[in-house]
Design a protein around this ligand. Structure first.
Ligand SMILES: NC(=O)N[C@@H](O)C(=O)O
Ligand code: NI
Length: 164
């Protein structure tokens, strides 16, 4: 069993796995006669393979209990997958870099602060959506199209939070 303590999510630490989506830290420019700030092009959306197209979805997820016990990580080889909380929901993120093997020592666990979203790059191994505390609602942008776009890798992981 791989035991991990979730660390606060930062764009730098997450860079090998994807993008952090956060209006507080991203550049923006005024549009609509200055009434709106556009935080532009925040994440790399990838849609690969036959008849690939971008899907916009809403996930309504029931909360997980801690410690979070995982039996697998998954990946989407044909596309990215972004999760943006709609009501400041915090969630657990467990990732490993793309590749055919997952090296336990290189698996990372993070916890978001409620304002952050994540975009997993194509092929990044990750835990399925794991919202904390209460039912969560997320805007999810990912890939539709032909072919199989979800591989699972069996691995036992227990994630704890080091918070009061
Ligand atoms: N299966 C699905 O649409 N969601 C998962 O990929 C996930 O990462 O939660
Ligand atoms: Ni996924």
């Amino acid at each position: 069993m791989l035991e991990l303590t979730a660390e606060p999510l930062t764009a730098e630490a997450f860079a090998p796995f994807g993008d952090v989506i956060d209006a507080r830290t991203s550049a923006s420019f005024p549009i609509n006669a200055g009434r709106t700030q556009r935080h532009h092009d925040l994440a790399k959306v990838e849609t690969l393979g036959e008849n690939a197209r971008t899907l916009i979805n809403i996930f309504v997820s029931q909360p997980v209990t801690l410690p979070l016990e995982l039996t697998f990580l998954e990946r989407h080889p044909l596309g990215s997958q972004a999760f943006m909380p709609l009501h400041t929901e915090r969630f657990i993120v467990v990732v490993a870099a793309p590749g055919e093997e997952i090296h336990p020592g290189e698996v990372r666990a993070f916890v978001t602060d409620g304002r952050q979203g994540v975009n997993y790059h194509a092929g990044t191994w990750h835990a399925i959506q794991s919202v904390l505390a209460r039912e969560g609602e997320f805007l999810v942008v990912d890939r539709g199209g032909d072919g199989s776009n979800c591989d699972e890798y069996p691995i036992q992981i227990r994630v704890t939070l080091n918070e009061a």
